[in-house]
Design a protein around this ligand. Structure first.
Ligand SMILES: *Cc1c(COP(=O)(O)O)cnc(C)c1O
Length: 362
């Protein structure tokens, strides 16, 4: 097999060991004679896979006992509607939701929530071209808001929070962590709800993780669809309807792999090192450019521009020839982007750095 390094923002690179294990299990999982894809989600084999995945994730993120972990579908964008449908019942109408607008994904969340609630954009870095997280001192938060929604890592803009927001008393903090969950330690107890599509840093597309504090299961609007009603999903241990079984199985392999690698703290150290290497090459001179404020530079998604954009196609062709794949930036912002999730080995980042230096003629 050709050695490549895949810098896709998502669906993204998975650990080779996990893919090998999945290949070995493909036709016959643990002597069951079945592929995981063929198993009933209610049978003992799959239930054991599910329970182990849930327990391993709980351990990796130190999820407190009063939080439920839900394995859902609908993606990160699905949660943009599912969150308001589950939380707007907390407050009397007209409910207000506070948002901090730090890039493309929080922008999409704002648009979706505005279909259900009055939206207050408490702060925005739009005028700065989404190159920073506005410090909390600048936020205009609403007392009695239904919740405060932030995107703690903006996948397209490459902007990551360097602090945990503090909402007004009693207002739950909702965080879209799709592209950096499990990349760094977090204190789950500071959040009311954490959600993440799996296809960035967890596993295959089709699975969406939701971690929700138990008291927040009680506030759904009557129109909330049953399959997206957190309380119903929680009461059925994510099996109210058929969950994405194969995606859960792969996610479970990834969780076990992370544990074997030393857990989230060890991943965080490696991610800091990988990001340091890459940003240092980009900052070396002005051949390349990353425009994000240093304290908010994402460790996972690193957008950058060539000073001379007429070289873009040549840059990408040369990268591809070296097995450095999917470096083209998101179409909405142009330029390049290297996503260096947990499963990207440091050798991949080093190969990219070598190419950056070579292409710049250093
Ligand atoms: C990818 C992504 C999403 C969207 O996920 P889908 O599964 O495509 O709905 C939402 N938020 C963030 C931060 C993302 O990176």
């Amino acid at each position: 097999m050709t050695q490549v390094f895949n810098f896709s923002a998502g669906p993204a690179v998975l650990p080779k060991e996990v893919l090998r294990q999945a290949a070995a299990d493909m036709l016959d999982w643990h002597g069951s004679g079945m592929s995981v894809m063929e198993m009933s989600h209610r049978g003992p084999e799959f239930i054991s896979i599910y329970k182990q995945a849930e327990a391993d994730l709980r351990e990796l993120l130190a999820v407190p006992a009063n939080y439920k972990i839900l394995f859902m579908q609908g993606g990160g964008l699905g949660q943009n509607a599912i969150v308001p449908l589950n939380l707007l019942g907390r407050v009397r109408e007209p409910a207000t939701v506070d948002f901090v607008h730090t890039g493309s994904w929080s922008g999409k969340s704002i648009k979706e929530a505005a279909r259900y609630a009055k939206v207050n954009v408490a702060a925005s870095s739009q005028l700065d071209g989404f190159t920073r997280v506005p410090p909390q001192g600048e936020w205009k938060l609403t007392d009695g808001a239904a919740y405060l929604h932030v995107c703690t890592n903006e996948t397209i803009d490459g902007v990551e929070y360097d602090f945990v927001p503090e909402p007004p008393d009693g207002v739950p903090l909702v965080a879209d962590m799709s592209s950096h969950i499990l990349s760094r330690r977090i204190d789950v107890s500071k959040y009311g709800v954490i959600f993440a599509g799996a296809q960035k840093n967890i596993g295959p597309a089709g699975l969406t993780l939701v971690i929700v504090r138990e008291d927040l299961l009680e506030h759904a609007l009557p129109i909330c669809p049953s399959a997206f009603h957190w309380k119903t999903v929680a009461e059925h241990e994510s099996m109210f309807n058929t969950p994405p079984t194969y995606a859960i199985y792969i996610a479970g392999l990834v969780f076990a792999h992370l544990k074997a690698q030393g857990g989230v703290a060890a991943m965080e150290q490696r991610n800091i090192e990988k990001a340091r290497l890459l940003y240092a090459a980009l900052d070396f001179d002005d051949f390349y450019q990353n425009r994000v404020a240093p304290e908010n530079r994402s460790r996972m998604n690193v957008p950058f521009y060539l000073r001379d954009e007429s070289l873009n196609e040549r840059f990408l062709a040369g990268a591809k020839a070296r097995g450095l794949l999917q470096l083209k930036g998101h179409k909405s912002v142009g330029g390049m982007r290297a996503s260096i999730y947990n499963a990207m080995p440091i050798e991949g980042v080093q190969a990219l750095v070598d190419y950056l230096n070579e292409f710049a003629g250093r």
